[in-house]
Design a protein around this ligand. Structure first.
Ligand code: HEC
Length: 99
């Protein structure tokens, strides 16, 4: 009986927390959070503002960076760490952020 009560309480506490996590952390934002240390939270600020650009433009820019020599710019090796799908997801997220 005690464990059933504990389970019911845990379920009641976890449900709203889980719903909130899903609503505020889509895959794209989670991936883009790797960029926030240098480009500001949600890409607003930092070295270069990357929020609010077109998703296609940002994706193309990152694809181009992947092809450039790693030693020339810190973004070039960084961009290589992502698959196409991941770049699309994070570019898609950043495009939704208002500057
Ligand atoms: C360690 C710091 C750092 C991280 C992490 C980082 N960047 Fe950068 N990024 C820079 C710096 C510095 C520049 C400017 C490079 C230059 O102009 O030489 C830059 C430039 C850029 C540019 C070009 C901006 C422009 O207007 O030309 C884009 C796009 C970009 N970063 C996207 C990203 C994305 C997307 C991520 C995450 C996946 C990311 N960056 C992670 C430091 C970082």
């Amino acid at each position: 009986m005690k464990s059933l009560l504990a389970f019911a309480c845990a379920a009641a506490l976890c449900a709203p927390v889980h719903a909130q996590t899903v609503a505020t952390s889509p895959d794209g934002r989670l991936l883009a959070s790797n960029c926030f240390q240098c480009h500001g939270t949600d890409g607003r600020g930092g070295f270069e503002e990357i929020a609010g650009k077109s998703a296609e433009g940002l994706y193309s820019e990152l694809k181009e960076m992947q092809r450039k020599p790693a030693g020339e710019n810190l973004m070039f090796p960084h961009a290589r760490g992502y698959t196409d799908a991941q770049l699309r997801a994070l570019a898609g997220y950043l495009a939704t952020v208002r500057r």
